[in-house]
Design a protein around this ligand. Structure first.
Ligand code: R5P
Length: 257
């Protein structure tokens, strides 16, 4: 791995502890004005000081983030569908690597849909993106997206994560599940978890705690932070779990809800 690649990864996964709190606000790329993200600039400004990186689309980056910001950017570069469209897995690469370089991002993110209607297309997208990004030393985060009809068990998620790593992804994002440690063990690159749909704060913190305990290097969490009654409190609570191994119970007690 070359210097630039290592340097960019170390901006996201903090080398001192090997952990990361990624803030995901890219949902609008297929959900439109997602609850909690109606005014992206405002919520991003509030949450950014507590995030190790920010994951979002090119449009949101340009319009809603101060270019003087020093928090590393993870740019979503796949899309091309919507929640009311034909099939969520029908994604393409939406941003050139040249533009990602121009935007000075620390990594790019792309979804794969293993078992989905357009599985082959999304896996090909990943392979193509990794090959292009290797030329510039830009890490690729593969998002193991799960369609409505797909299960989220260890067998399926291990399959998706391992394929992502085999195709060259540098970091993999997946969902927490029973026997999650098996998913992590069979994936040779760092794994972060998504939070998924909004659930009670206590449960989301337990999810983060268990994921770390079972081997995830961190979270790439969105709705359970920006849709919380106390978004800033929630990201700080998640951060204390990821970075300081605070228990979910103790982290929950700090919330103003
Ligand atoms: C999909 O919409 C995106 O990749 C999200 O960033 C991802 O699902 C993480 O966000 P959440 O914690 O809301 O699931």
């Amino acid at each position: 791995m070359d210097w630039g690649m290592k340097n960019r990864i170390s901006r996201i996964i903090k080398p001192e502890i090997g952990r990361t709190v990624m803030l995901a606000v890219d949902h609008g790329y297929f959900l439109g004005p997602t609850t909690g993200l109606e005014e992206p600039r405002k919520i991003i400004a509030e949450l950014l000081p507590h995030a190790d990186s920010l994951m979002l689309t090119r449009g949101m980056l340009r319009t809603s983030v101060d270019p003087m910001n020093s928090v590393p950017i993870v740019l979503r570069v796949s899309g091309g569908n919507s929640i009311i469209g034909d099939d969520l897995s029908n994604e393409t690469i939406t941003v050139s690597v040249k533009d990602a370089v121009r935007l000075n991002v620390s990594a790019v993110a792309l979804s794969i849909y293993v078992g989905g209607k357009y599985e082959h297309q999304t896996l090909k997208n990943l392979a193509t993106l990794v090959s292009e990004c290797e030329e510039y030393g830009i890490p690729v985060l593969a998002v193991t997206a799960v369609g409505k009809e797909m299960t989220r068990d260890a067998k399926y998620l291990s399959l998706a994560c391992r394929i992502a790593a085999e195709l060259g992804a540098h970091i993999v994002k997946t969902y927490y599940c029973e026997d999650f440690e098996k998913v992590v063990k069979s994936c040779p690159v760092p794994v972060v978890i998504a939070g998924g749909k909004k659930i009670p704060e206590k449960d989301a913190l337990e999810l983060a705690y268990n994921a770390i305990k079972d081997g995830a290097v961190g979270v790439d969490m969105g709705r359970n932070i920006f849709q919380s009654h106390d978004p800033v409190g929630m990201i700080k609570a998640v951060r204390s779990i990821v970075h300081e191994n605070v228990s979910a119970k103790k982290a929950f007690e700090t919330l103003k809800i």
